[in-house]
Design a protein around this ligand. Structure first.
Ligand SMILES: [Zn+2]
Length: 507
């Protein structure tokens, strides 16, 4: 069965002509010529909800990232890197467009960005590169849908899922033309249209897959990881597939691979499950916040340990991916960027990232840049933002700058700017064409972080401000807003002026 070509299958299923009519999703693959000189490949490896506060590389007491720590010895390591938003849609959109949510306007899940960003994004900016993207997370696929005119290869989410239509695609592993296959998949489900052959295959595959899921599931004590309720996946398989893709790509390429772990549900492989369960680590207890979700400390500790084990799992898989690329000599001419779209929180009665609070575990994300030829580690402590990646990569590729971006070229490629304010915004109830009147805005400037809450019904007409010194109080335990009124006033004035400025076009 695995030797059957797509065309044979479609002929058999009577679908070939319909398949050919579908718009091509993948362009023809051109021959491989290694990138050279200043032209280097760019490869994003993004893990979803990957909080910088939970990496031992950044000082977390549990040793969650031993492999990443070792690999970081030849990377540029950013210690104060912040997402543009606190969940997938605004966070990823900021990374891909180089602007913050108040400009790209993808405030809520499954939203597109403002129309203009269909042609102002990282893929369109690298139009002469072979651009390939995959995401486990359907919210990111919504953004890819919007940007697909700038994608040469857009790997469908199902390709790396075990359920849904994953089994069909795995039969045609070597087939590049996914368009007709996608059409066949759609038709296959259309029982009213009477595709008896495909219905037969569908049932056969269902049985095969049920058996496969059952056997794979034995390696996951908490159950197979999944997205969207019952779309199971195995990170190891996703890594294998994408590592194989990268090896054969036309160069130069721009790859963006967005893996869902360690996003919930936290289901580590049995090799990592239970590692931190009774290790004696006691997270610092923090008071409940106004926006508490009333999760108990015991529950948060249990979930934190599972999340940390899942991080340990992805650390292992990232290492495998990295080794694969190294073996294929891809690292010699490729910038590899390891980062996330937002973090995750296990404190103050709050679990996850869909929250109104913007404490560091939610918004501080890893950023490591593996530069071709680098042999030593370089640590950058200046506050930086997800919106900085687009201008930085354009700079590194000797390309014209993107005039629309709100980011700055990252150090060490330019000198750090000490006056720079790095913003993260939560404002999911904002209308696409309206001003931001309810939300939380975080501003990190130098060693200080100001968090400003406004417009929420819980505030009963008032506003709330918190100020932390991140240099001496990384855990954000001591709110300085009352004891340092002048400093707070100065930072708040700057923050409000910024908010007013970005709201002007929508008033
Ligand atoms: Zn996310």
């Amino acid at each position: 069965m695995s030797g059957m070509s797509r065309r044979d299958f479609l002929k058999l299923a009577g679908l070939a002509s319909g398949g050919m009519a579908a718009a091509p999703m993948l362009r023809m693959i051109s021959p491989r010529v290694p990138a050279s000189g200043n032209v280097r490949n760019i490869l994003f490896v993004l893990f979803d909800a990957f909080s910088a506060n939970h990496l031992s590389t950044y000082g977390y007491p549990r040793e969650t990232t031993p492999n990443i720590s070792r690999l970081a010895e030849r990377a540029i390591v950013y210690h104060n890197h912040h997402a543009g938003g606190n969940f997938t849609t605004p966070g990823t959109a900021s990374l891909l467009t180089g602007v913050l949510p108040w400009t790209h306007r993808a405030f809520e899940i499954h939203r597109y960005t403002a129309q203009e960003f269909a042609e102002k994004n990282i893929f369109s900016a690298f139009s002469d590169y072979h651009r390939i993207a995959y995401s486990h997370n359907p919210l990111v696929n919504t953004l890819f849908d919007q940007f697909q005119a700038s994608l040469d290869e857009y790997i469908p989410v199902d390709r790396l899922l075990l359920t849904s239509d994953g089994p069909i695609s795995s039969l045609f592993h070597h087939d590049e033309d996914v368009s007709s296959l996608s059409w066949a998949r759609t038709a296959k489900r259309d029982e009213e249209a009477g595709y008896s052959y495909s219905l037969f295959f569908s049932l056969l595959y269902q049985k095969l897959q049920a058996d496969r899921i059952k056997s794979l599931g034995q390696a996951y004590p908490l159950g197979l990881p999944y997205i969207r309720v019952d779309n199971y996946f195995v990170l190891e398989e996703a890594i294998n597939y994408l590592a194989a893709q990268v090896d054969g790509l036309p160069q130069p390429f721009l790859g963006y691979f967005h893996f869902i772990p360690p996003h919930s549900p936290y289901h580590p492989h049995k090799d990592f499950y239970g590692r931190f369960k009774d290790d004696g680590y006691r997270p610092i207890q923090k008071p409940e916040h106004l926006f508490t979700a009333e999760k108990t400390p015991a529950y948060l500790s249990k979930l934190r340990a599972q999340y940390d084990e899942y991080v340990l799992n992805l650390d292992h898989e990232f290492n495998r991916f990295f080794q694969n690329m190294e073996k294929a000599s891809i690292l010699e001419n490729t910038w590899v960027i390891l980062t996330s779209d937002h973090g995750e929180l296990f404190e103050r009665g709050i679990l996850g990232h869909t929250t109104n609070v913007l404490y560091e575990p939610v918004i501080r994300v890893p950023l490591m840049i593996f530069e071709p030829g680098r042999t030593g580690r370089l640590d950058i402590h200046t506050p930086t933002s997800a919106v900085d990646l687009l201008p930085t990569l354009l700079h590194l590729a000797d390309k014209p700058s993107a005039p629309w971006t709100e980011g700055q070229i990252l150090p060490p490629f330019v000198d750090p700017n000490p006056e720079r304010a790095v913003y993260t915004l939560e404002s999911r109830h904002t209308a696409k064409d309206g001003p931001i009147t309810e939300g939380t805005l975080s501003m990190v400037k130098g060693r200080y972080k100001l968090m400003y809450f406004f417009g929420y019904p819980e505030l009963k007409g008032s506003e709330r401000v918190e100020l932390y010194d991140l240099e001496t109080d990384r855990e954000e335990l001591t709110d300085l807003s009352a004891s340092q009124p002048d400093l707070t006033h100065g930072l708040l004035t700057e923050l409000k002026a910024k908010l007013d400025e970005v709201n002007q076009p929508y008033r």
